[in-house]
Ligand binder design. Structure first.
Ligand SMILES: [Zn+2]
Ligand SMILES: [Zn+2]
Length: 137
């Protein structure tokens, strides 16, 4: 599939063309950068978007994308890493003035969950970014 990209018009995510629109019979002005369909002014995608058919295909593919492993793996990695490295805190007695809860056990648990969520979200966002990059170009 050829994916022509406009060099001069960076605002609109489509290239200029001639002929008639793929959706109606009006004269075509632009082409979808993904599927190369000719489109008139009314059916031209907005800046940063693809044609209607490509946007529908994107939505369908995006919904099917399996994201939970991309969250779970970094989550468990960070969780386990902290669990092992802060091992001595698990059995330590309560502190008098440090920490969130006053109990090392619960503090470590908070660190682990927060770090897990952070890395999990990062992994998930990375997967979506790769998907967008592959699909939208
Ligand atoms: Zn049209
Ligand atoms: Zn398209």
């Amino acid at each position: 599939m050829t994916r022509a990209r406009s060099s001069s018009d960076g605002q609109n995510n489509a290239t200029t063309t001639s002929g008639t629109c793929a959706t109606c019979d009006a004269p075509a002005l632009v082409r979808c950068t993904r599927c190369d369909a000719a489109l008139c002014a009314d059916h031209a995608p907005l800046a940063g978007y693809l044609c209607r058919a490509c946007e529908d295909a994107y939505t369908k593919a995006r919904v099917k994308l399996t994201l939970w492993p991309w969250f779970l793996l970094p989550f468990l990695s960070a969780f386990t890493y902290l669990a092992l490295n802060l091992r001595e805190l698990w059995t330590a007695g309560p502190y008098s003035s440090r920490g969130f809860t006053g109990y090392p056990f619960f503090d470590v648990l908070i660190y682990m969950v927060v770090a897990g969520l952070l890395f999990g979200s990062l992994g998930r966002a990375l997967r979506v970014a790769v998907f967008n990059y592959r699909f939208r170009r």
